[in-house]
Design a protein around this ligand. Structure first.
Ligand code: 13P
Length: 329
């Protein structure tokens, strides 16, 4: 989609504040900025973004972007990861109040204690962590490559933090290793119950069940496929199947509905990420006008955290997706 000419139909229906959209698009050019948006962002934010994707895709795009300014519409840990990968760029939070609760569920001190108690274990940390925690990791991972990364390690013992559900999924997929799992969780995925999916499956028995690995083990067990949000969006478009029960954040399902009018998608309606929805058009506009708030991390944190993140990127995707390019930038 090329946003230099705004489709008036789309704007009338989906974009509540056309003036803000126009200003954002003009300022983006003036500032030589690129706008990145995670798949949970609301439709109007996805509309002004240059790239929309999952955490792994957006990290790669942040690293490789030509523009000197990145405006990141996503939670704190994604924005900080972009800064670590592109320290010479100005990396801006679209809204610095969008803080992922899971990323605060383990502290660097807690991780250091774990490492002390398990000196032979390798530390694999989910990207949903603070920059300071990433400094303590051997390798970082995303939902799109967690299994691949843990499987590839030579160590027999692995510390996996902080998501207990993703950790459980990895443990089942890599049974040859001893995996110590922290007790963090994503409150959005964790609220999806087995009964929610069962109820949908009773009404739609032909539907394929696709589940994010941050869901509880009993929900993951019901899945035909376990995928990152990007992997789900790609699967929905490419699959020959026509009906899907989708256990992840609601915006991802809304996207599938919009992209695939010939297919049916059934969502767990309560799975709504209030944190990411804190990013509004007015925040993006304000960020572009003021070039703030910018990510500011200590040089030694950037230097230490970069290696585990680069190892994550080097591992690549182990599922289906790449970020969708929304606009010519
Ligand atoms: P992905 O979009 O990478 O699947 O992860 C979802 C998530 O953790 C959002 O915080």
């Amino acid at each position: 989609m090329d946003c230099r000419g705004i489709n008036p139909e789309l704007v009338d229906e989906d974009i509540p504040d056309l003036r803000a959209v126009e200003k954002i698009l003009a300022l983006k050019k003036e500032r030589n900025a690129v706008i990145l948006a995670h798949n949970y962002q609301s439709p109007e934010i996805q509309f002004v973004a240059d790239y929309v994707g999952d955490t792994l895709s957006l990290s790669m795009i942040a690293r490789d972007a030509e523009q000197p300014v990145i405006v990141f519409c996503g939670p704190d840990f994604m924005v900080e990861t972009a800064k670590i990968l592109a320290p010479h760029k100005t990396v801006l939070y679209a809204n610095d109040k969008a803080k992922c609760p899971m990323a605060a569920m383990i502290t660097p001190e807690e991780l250091r204690t774990l490492k002390k108690n398990h000196p032979y274990a390798k530390v694999v940390g989910y990207i949903n962590t603070t920059a300071e925690c990433k400094c303590e990791m051997d390798v970082c991972c995303a939902s799109a490559n967690a299994v691949k990364i843990v499987r590839s390690l030579e160590a027999e013992e692995v510390i996996f933090v902080p998501d207990q559900n993703l950790g459980d999924y990895v443990r089942k997929m890599v049974p040859e290793k001893t995996i110590l799992i922290w007790s963090g969780f994503c409150s959005v995925h964790n609220m999806i119950q087995k009964q929610d999916v069962l109820s949908l499956a009773q009404v739609h028995p032909a539907a394929r069940i696709i589940v994010h690995p941050e869901c509880k083990p009993e929900v993951v067990e019901m899945a035909d496929m376990v995928l990152s949000t990007g992997g789900m969006i790609t699967l929905a478009a490419s699959s020959k199947d026509r009906e899907f029960i989708v256990a992840t954040e609601l915006e991802v399902v809304n996207r599938m509905v919009e992209d695939n009018p010939d297919k049916e998608f059934y969502a767990v309606e309560k799975a709504y990420c209030r944190t990411q929805k804190k990013v509004k058009l007015e925040n993006v506009l304000n960020t572009l006008e003021t070039l703030s708030p910018a990510v500011s991390l200590a040089r030694d944190v950037i230097d230490k955290a970069r290696l585990p993140i680069e190892r994550m990127l080097a591992a690549g995707r182990a599922d289906l997706a790449t970020a969708e390019v929304k606009h010519d930038t």
